[in-house]
Design a protein around this ligand. Structure first.
Ligand SMILES: Nc1ncnc2c1ncn2[C@@H]1O[C@H](COP(=O)(O)OP(=O)(O)OP(=O)(O)O)[C@@H](O)[C@H]1O
Length: 228
């Protein structure tokens, strides 16, 4: 389990995250929801130690996250991080060099799953295929947790459906996932838990299946309650 405990972060006078706490559990897809600028990316960057937090802590299995724990956590940011002149295969070779958790068999499976050509140059791919390569690089690591920042952003509906199908495949099975997305409809039925951020705080945390069953409300209904 990853625990986010009392995390705060300001940029200058702007308090972006205020005492944020929730957990990311294995075998669950947790969706982080919030309006533009509500601090979703900032929280992910703090969790990955790409930025320092002002206060609070991040724990994995009860211990403070250390740099070596990043072999257990994949981060798929909203933009591709490898150089665009690389081919897909060169990008995979790069990952294999840097990450002991890189699993070439899983990479092969994902190339097939996404119908990618490993000899294609990344810079020449469509936006949808670049998003798929981004997922390929992150999900080829044998990690317990996956942190994904807006994997559907700017992508057409059919490609979004293809990407969403990853969540029900064995590629994700058993891992704990934190995903931020504005495209809730694409994965509504796949999400186990929702965490809503507003004005820097967690304002609601719920299991959508229970809310659907007990209140007859969808995630979007709950979003309207909170953000309108
Ligand atoms: N390095 C930085 N310096 C100053 N302000 C920053 C920095 N990074 C983020 N911010 C501010 O923090 C706030 C939260 O930004 P963040 O990107 O985390 O939001 P978000 O919820 O991911 O937004 P979106 O849904 O649009 O991607 C924004 O107001 C942003 O301008």
């Amino acid at each position: 389990m990853i625990e986010i405990k009392g995390v705060s972060r300001s940029f200058g006078k702007k308090e972006v995250l205020k005492d944020v706490s929730f957990t990311i559990n294995k075998r669950e897809i947790t969706c982080l929801v919030g309006e533009n600028g509500s601090g979703k990316t900032t929280l992910m960057n703090l969790l990955m130690k790409l930025l320092p937090n002002d206060s609070g802590e991040f724990l994995i299995d009860g211990q403070a996250i250390r740099f070596q724990d990043f072999n257990r956590i994949s981060y798929i940011p909203d933009q591709i991080i490898v150089l665009k002149h690389m081919t897909i295969q060169q990008a995979l070779d790069f990952m294999a060099t840097y990450y002991t958790s890189f699993n070439p068999k899983r990479a092969d499976e994902m190339i097939e799953f996404f119908h990618l050509n490993r000899h294609d140059q990344i810079g020449r791919l469509s936006k949808g295929n670049i998003a798929k390569v981004n997922l390929l690089l992150g999900l080829s690591l044998d990690t317990d947790y996956v942190i994904m920042d807006e994997p559907f952003s700017g992508i057409d509906i059919l490609t979004r459906e293809e990407i969403a199908s990853v969540f029900t495949s064995k590629i994700i099975e058993g891992r704990g996932v934190l995903i931020s997305t504005h495209e809730i409809n694409d994965i509504e039925m796949l999400i186990d838990k929702v965490v809503m951020l507003k004005d820097g705080h967690v304002v609601n945390e719920f299991y959508p299946e229970s809310v659907r069953f007990e209140e007859g409300h969808s995630i979007v209904d709950k979003m309207r309650e909170v953000y309108r």
